[in-house]
Design a protein around this ligand. Structure first.
Ligand SMILES: C[S@@+](CC[C@H](N)C(=O)[O-])C[C@H]1O[C@@H](n2cnc3c(N)ncnc32)[C@H](O)[C@@H]1O
Length: 232
């Protein structure tokens, strides 16, 4: 994990709940891809401070969240208390914290690109997903990340380093660029397939906050979202 999330937990929690990219672009798109949640067991991978968890609880899900940042999990616990279960854990390690539990829906909002090995990651996801379950997640659009990081080889997986402004401070956040082909291979080797793919557009409301950002996100690829299922 980039230390940025841990060191700037409070400021990142604020940014994630209010910024155009999260609140008016990525999160509504992810929610639109979710199936019925009432009474469903849902796992949120890289849940951070739980910006998605309020929506999941409101729609009647039983929610488990996990994140590597103790600071962000503390904020999530403060917000939701006993209403959801939280674990501090690493996506790169075995999911022992789940004690073998399986889920109807596994969600992840902009967290999986911090993990290099998606074959292994989606293997663990499959193990904890019920046969009729759904994986709904967002990540960087690889065509956008090729441009952001000026990569000469789109197809090569690469650790890239972004500079963000969090709480008025510049911080470096590192993540992996990978091609669509590599993403689909990780699904396929684990018996998963893509049921829906979404290249989102921002909500109209974003225009009132920043016309520039609204137009950029309306005209160009930025994030990409998937709804993945188990091949029967
Ligand atoms: C961009 S933030 C998104 C947080 C949250 N999903 C949201 O939408 O507000 C990425 C999250 O991934 C978490 N993360 C990064 N690497 C991780 C890892 N190896 N294991 C677990 N969580 C990780 C970070 O701590 C951070 O909370």
């Amino acid at each position: 994990m980039s230390d940025a999330f841990e060191i700037h937990a409070e400021a990142y929690a604020e940014k994630s709940s209010t910024s155009i990219h999260n609140a008016l672009y990525e999160r509504p798109a992810l929610v639109a891809l979710l199936p019925e949640l009432l009474g469903k067991d849902v796992l949120d991978l890289g849940c951070g401070s739980g910006t998605l968890i309020g929506e999941l609880l409101n729609k009647g899900a039983n929610v488990t969240g996990m994140d590597l940042s103790a600071g962000l999990i503390e904020i999530a616990r403060r917000k939701f208390g006993e209403k959801a279960t939280f674990h501090i854990a690493d996506l790169k390690e075995d999911f022992e914290f789940l004690n073998g539990k399986t889920f109807d829906i596994i969600v992840s909002s902009l967290a999986l690109h911090y993990v290099e090995d998606w074959n292994s990651l989606f293997g663990k996801i499959r193990t904890h997903l019920r046969d009729d379950g759904y994986v709904v997640f967002s990540t960087h659009h690889p065509s956008a990340s090729r441009t952001w990081f000026d990569l000469t080889n789109y197809f090569e997986r690469k650790l890239v380093h972004d500079v963000w402004s969090i709480g008025g401070q510049k911080v470096i956040v590192s993540n992996y660029h990978r091609s669509l082909t590599e993403m689909f291979e990780a699904f396929a080797v684990n018996g998963l397939f893509v049921e829906s793919l979404l290249e989102p557009k921002p909500l109209e409301k974003a225009k009132e906050i920043s016309e520039d950002t609204y137009h950029r996100l309306t005209n160009r690829e930025h994030f990409i979202l998937f709804r993945v299922r188990v091949r029967q």
